[in-house]
Design a protein around this ligand. Structure first.
Ligand SMILES: O=C(O)CCC(=O)C(=O)O
Ligand SMILES: [Fe+2]
Length: 356
């Protein structure tokens, strides 16, 4: 178990008065300075978050050019929308509906799976760092491997929730294996080298609801962070925007779901950043809150490691053909969080503790 000092998330149970429907927002949420830190790129500033087409990645006729686009999305942005991802529409729909229906339940029902003790799984307030609370309610659950699941915290209401998450989680595992195969092609390593780093590793899911807030300029839905694991896939369960990605010191709003809502938003996490020796970017992101509408999302986080270590892929390093010098030191996966947290305590970035 991780000690209290290096817990990645601090979670609290949610009480009745958690999200007041008034402009009188409790001080524990107020963080106006953080909201205004860094310019937000406006609507008249043209930019496009990359859109990658999974069908093109897999089609021999278009694979080479789409793989190059995937590579530049991961290098420049660390974020992209993935279309034609191949997950069955019914599976996506059940995941969205279960997520929305869960959050629509009365608080008592949601608290049937409330966070317990020091645990990070279950229903509760979202990551409350810096002694401030995020304006969000979330359920976090380990989804893979199956034997790591804590079924007591898997909602039984709505009744389809467990099956929906089970199916969706399995589908995302398969999709990520394919996607990582294309990333390997872009990086110039054998698909098995990168796929092997992901296979059988832990996956967890977070469903979030960011309720509407009468003072959206004063609260944050999800504190600026990079994702600590390897690869993340985000499903918009409704059409409310709010996610912003940091690039070149500015915040770029991620557009609301593409028409039809069929795309997933995929992003590089810190471990993939290290695995690729810094070639792929783990980008900072945050969620802003809306005055009128709730935002609801379902997010899957996939872990990866090489021989139990968080380290650059040996296939990319000196010794290998065209190899380069390692920019990150290898640390056992079990110690990875400790290194990151001690870097943070010294006010360095999360990855700085691993830099050589
Ligand atoms: O809900 C979102 O839009 C983003 C969530 C997120 O960044 C996370 O859970 O790590
Ligand atoms: Fe995130």
């Amino acid at each position: 178990m991780e000690g209290a000092s290096n817990k990645i998330v601090h979670r609290d149970e949610i009480t009745d008065d958690a999200f007041p429907d008034s402009a009188d927002i409790p001080e524990k949420y107020i963080r106006t300075d953080e909201v205004s830190a860094g310019a937000v790129v406006g609507e008249d500033d043209a930019y496009e978050l990359p859109i990658i087409d999974m069908a093109k990645l897999l089609d021999p006729d278009s694979s080479a050019s789409e793989t190059a686009r995937l590579g530049s999305a991961c290098r420049d942005w660390g974020f992209f929308q993935l279309t034609n991802h191949g997950i069955d529409e019914a599976v996506i729909q059940r995941m969205k509906e279960s997520t929305v229906q869960f959050f629509d339940l009365p608080l008592d029902s949601k608290n049937a799976v409330a966070v317990r003790g020091d645990g990070f799984e279950g229903y509760g307030h979202h990551y409350s760092r810096l002694s401030k609370l995020d304006w969000a309610e979330s359920v976090i659950l380990i989804t893979q491997p199956v034997q790591d699941r804590n079924m007591e915290l898997w909602p039984t209401n709505p009744p389809m929730f467990r099956d929906a998450l089970e199916e969706y989680s399995a589908a995302v595992t398969k999709l990520m294996a394919k996607l990582v195969g294309s990333m390997a092609a872009d990086l110039g390593v054998a698909p098995a080298a990168l796929q092997g780093a992901f296979a059988g590793k832990r996956q967890s899911a977070a469903i979030h609801r960011y309720p509407p807030c009468r003072r959206p300029e004063a609260v944050i839905g999800n504190t600026a962070h990079t994702d600590g694991l390897a690869l993340t896939a985000l499903l918009h369960a409704d059409g409310t925007p709010g996610l912003q990605v940091r690039r070149g010191g500015r915040w770029f709003p991620v557009p609301p779901p593409l028409p039809g809502g069929a795309a997933l938003v995929v992003n590089v996490g810190d471990i993939l950043h290290v695995l690729t020796n810094g070639a792929y970017r783990s980008a900072e992101h945050r969620v802003m809150v809306n005055a009128e509408r709730a935002r609801t999302t379902a997010v899957v986080f996939q872990d990866a490691s090489v021989g139990g270590m968080v380290a650059p892929l040996p296939e990319l390093l000196a010794g290998a053909e065209g190899g380069e010098v390692a920019r990150y030191r290898a640390v056992p996966r079990s110690e990875y969080l400790k290194v990151r947290f001690s870097a943070l305590a010294q006010r360095k970035g999360f990855l700085d503790g691993l830099k050589l």
